[in-house]
Design a protein around this ligand. Structure first.
Ligand SMILES: [Cu+2]
Length: 149
């Protein structure tokens, strides 16, 4: 086989591979497009309301996560809103007492799908305050609020 013929052959194999790749891509196009991920904009962002209280929103969905699972506040009053944006799942948010630097007398005991609840409490002691969904703590639905010092 001459060098010229070999190159022609290589070129035609290359074209065949490109065709196969095109067909495979075509098959993939038949799948359902993945749903857009829900927005996390504003979640976990701490703002100070007109009355001076820090406000923060955490969301739960149809999985075992908090969105976000960490946020940081300054010592003072905190107004925490927990939004359960799930279609199916029930969640809660409780501060896990035995690990806290200081007790927090607040939590959201039960949120059905589509419900939200706001609680207000005071934090004074800097540190890390673990929280959890007590229904799903075994599945890793935990988070941490940091009180800066
Ligand atoms: Cu949960």
């Amino acid at each position: 086989m001459s060098a010229w013929r070999w190159r022609r052959r290589a070129a035609s194999v290359g074209a065949g591979a490109a065709l196969v790749a095109g067909v495979l891509t075509g098959c993939g196009g038949g799948e359902e497009p993945a749903p857009a991920a829900p927005s996390t904009e504003g979640l976990g962002e701490v703002t100070v309301a007109a009355d001076g209280v820090q406000e923060v929103t955490v969301e739960t969905r149809d999985d075992y996560e908090f969105y976000p699972d960490t946020f940081t506040v300054d010592p003072g009053r905190v107004r925490l809103t927990v939004v359960n944006a799930a279609d199916e799942m029930t969640h809660n948010l409780e501060y896990t007492d035995d690990e806290l630097p200081a007790p927090i007398d607040a939590g959201v005991a039960f949120l059905a799908p589509g419900q939200e609840e706001t609680v207000e409490f005071e934090v004074t002691t800097p540190g890390e305050y673990p929280f959890a969904c007590t229904f799903h703590v075994q599945l890793g639905q935990v988070g941490t609020m940091t009180v800066s010092g």
